[in-house]
Design a binder for this molecule. Structure first.
Ligand SMILES: [Zn+2]
Length: 268
């Protein structure tokens, strides 16, 4: 665990030139999508020189890259028409993330259908991990809502990680804690880091976002630090406790992200 004062704080940015986006913010870490976050079309690298150039240029600039997988990926579902393409998309993004030298691939926990036994979702997660060649760490993110969600409540996160534990790639599966999702999902930020660590043993990345919505609302609307319903000191406490790199997924562009990072850092 690194001292809080030296924690790396980055932001979610446009994918066309993530290095320029990082430099515009004075940040050493950025997260972005590869292609359409809402589509099943495979990943694409929009950086001018392609994947190899992005990897080399990021390394030369000292910038850590993280890839956020499309939101539509749901490897847990019992619906074949969603699970099968989701698994394919996950594999494709894993390969693309490795090509650009990403430090991790972030994916949402997904959900099963309303009437489904969540145990089927846990088992589907195990199969998805087994089927994927984990070339970079796969970071499963908690979600704010979702009917019968896999990673909204701690008990479910526990089910997912227990299922994955037996797979060969288990040590390459980590956790991304989103503060907005935890708050809106009904997990107290005062205890969530310890609660998650007791289950997963690791938090690899923090998505540090304020929330426009009430505790346990199930809504997923991010806000700038201090502009939402979460005490900014509490956000800083989560970041400090987690001791992991931070990605701001807050509204706005470079100016807003710089302000959010400064606000957060002043409280660490
Ligand atoms: Zn997030």
């Amino acid at each position: 665990m690194s001292p809080a004062s030296t924690l790396s704080i980055g932001a979610h940015v446009d994918q066309t030139d993530p290095i320029a986006e990082a430099q515009a913010r004075g940040m050493g870490l950025v997260q972005f999508f590869l292609g359409d976050p809402q589509g099943y079309k495979g990943p694409e690298v929009r950086y001018a020189g392609g994947a190899a150039a992005l990897r080399a240029d990021a390394e030369a600039a000292g910038i850590d890259l993280y890839v956020h997988a499309p939101y539509i990926i749901n490897v847990a579902t019992t619906n074949n028409r969603i699970r099968i393409p989701s698994r394919k998309l996950l594999k494709q993004h894993m390969d693309a993330a490795a090509e650009i030298g990403a430090k991790g691939l972030i994916v949402h926990g997904g959900h099963v259908n309303k009437a489904d036994d969540p145990a089927v979702g846990f088992e589907n997660w195990r199969k998805a991990v087994e089927a994927t060649d984990l070339k970079v760490p796969l970071l499963i993110e908690n979600t704010a809502g979702g009917e019968n969600a896999m990673t909204r409540y701690l008990e479910r996160i526990s089910g997912v990680f227990a299922a994955i534990e037996s797979t060969e790639g288990a040590d390459m599966v980590g956790f991304c804690l989103d503060t907005c999702h935890a708050h809106a999902g009904g997990n107290a930020l005062e205890t969530v880091v310890a609660d998650v660590l007791a289950i997963t043993g690791r938090i690899d990345l923090v998505h540090c976002n304020d929330s426009r919505d009430e505790f346990d609302s199930g809504a997923d609307r991010h806000a700038n630090i201090g502009a939402g319903r979460i005490d900014p000191d509490l956000l800083a406490a989560v970041v400090r406790e987690a001791g992991a790199p931070v990605v701001l997924e807050t509204p706005g562009g470079a100016d807003e992200h710089v302000a959010d990072a400064a606000s957060l850092r002043s409280r660490l």
